[in-house]
Ligand binder design. Structure first.
Ligand code: BV8
Ligand code: ZN
Length: 239
């Protein structure tokens, strides 16, 4: 679940994505719902305390998201990124998203900073299993007897170390970083574009509206990713 991919921290190109790249697939973003997810406050459901307090309530929240995602597909933004990898080699796609839509669109080398909606992880032995289902009848149990939790990173939890370190390395080494569909509010993911700028990389931001990164970005391409990515050539001038 850690998005273990062959780390290419030397790639000249790096793509960083957030919930906005999945918006046109119908996946609600963290922000658009005015900080509510499916009507819930994130800290009420996406936190270790919430899971400890009421694991079934948290599971119901994730089952709802799985159910919904099973009816959704990648959009032209995901497909454009997958097409870029075909053309320019498998540069890393570092995503804050847990929906798996990059992989469904054909992207390889996807590093999931915040884990995956499609992975359960045992709270005791750490065993991970990949699921493709939606709602379940009850809290899933590991063969060791303990319960599974969603294989995602909650607020207040550390991001997977290997993936995060590879992402930092890739941000420092890339010559061009495309930052797509993120509000740049969630840390430490939001550090990546800053690291790239400090290392002298070119940072191009794709978003319908400005974010805290925009004033610092090399270029800001305003618009919805499903419209702006298909006509963009990420390799332009990178030879
Ligand atoms: C950690 C998985 C420490 C779960 C998620 C105060 C200041 C700074 C930081 C903090 C702080 N208080 C707390 C923190 C730390 C906290 C944090 O950053 N909080 C924020 C909210 C202030 N971070 C953490 O807790 C992280 N852990 O710090 O641990 C630690 C270290 C060592 C040891 C122990 C502990 C963990 C963060 C991960 C949380 N998990 N997801 C789940 O999904 O259920 S984060 C969640 O938020 C999603 O991953 C989502 O991706 C992310 C939101 O960010 P975005 O992806 O940017 O989405 P958002 O909706 O915000 O923005 C969408 C953007 O798309 C917008 O800009 C919009 O304009 C644009 N858009 C819309 N439509 C389109 C579009 N763009 C293009 N095309 C479109 N069509
Ligand atoms: Zn177990």
């Amino acid at each position: 679940m850690r998005g273990e991919a062959q780390p290419r921290p030397d790639s000249p190109l790096l793509v960083l994505t957030g919930a906005g790249v999945s918006a046109e697939s119908g996946v609600p973003t963290f922000r658009d719902a005015a900080g509510l997810w499916e009507g819930r406050r994130p800290e009420d459901v996406a936190s270790p305390a919430a899971f400890h307090r009421d694991p079934l309530d948290v599971w119901k929240f994730y089952w709802e998201r799985r159910e919904k995602l099973l009816t959704l597909s990648p959009n032209p933004a995901h497909r454009a990124i997958a097409a870029w990898q075909e053309k320019f080699g498998d540069f890393p796609v570092v995503t804050q998203n847990i929906d798996g839509l990059h992989q469904l669109a054909g992207s390889r080398n996807v590093w999931e900073l915040h884990g995956s909606l499609w992975i359960d992880r045992c709270v005791a032995c750490g065993h991970e299993r990949r699921v493709q289902t939606g709602r379940e009848t009850g809290i899933p149990r590991c063969s060791c007897g303990a319960i599974y939790r969603p294989g995602v990173v909650w607020f207040g939890e550390a991001l997977p170390e290997t993936v995060l370190n590879n992402a930092f390395e890739a941000a420092r080494n890339a010559r061009r970083v495309l930052v797509i569909g993120t509000s740049n509010l969630v840390y430490p993911a939001a550090l990546l574009p800053r690291l790239a700028l400090e290392a002298g990389s070119e940072v191009i931001e794709f978003n319908p509206e400005p974010t805290p990164l925009t004033p610092h970005a090399t270029r800001f391409i305003q618009g919805k990713a499903a419209q702006t990515l298909p006509t963009f050539n990420p390799g332009d001038g990178l030879e």
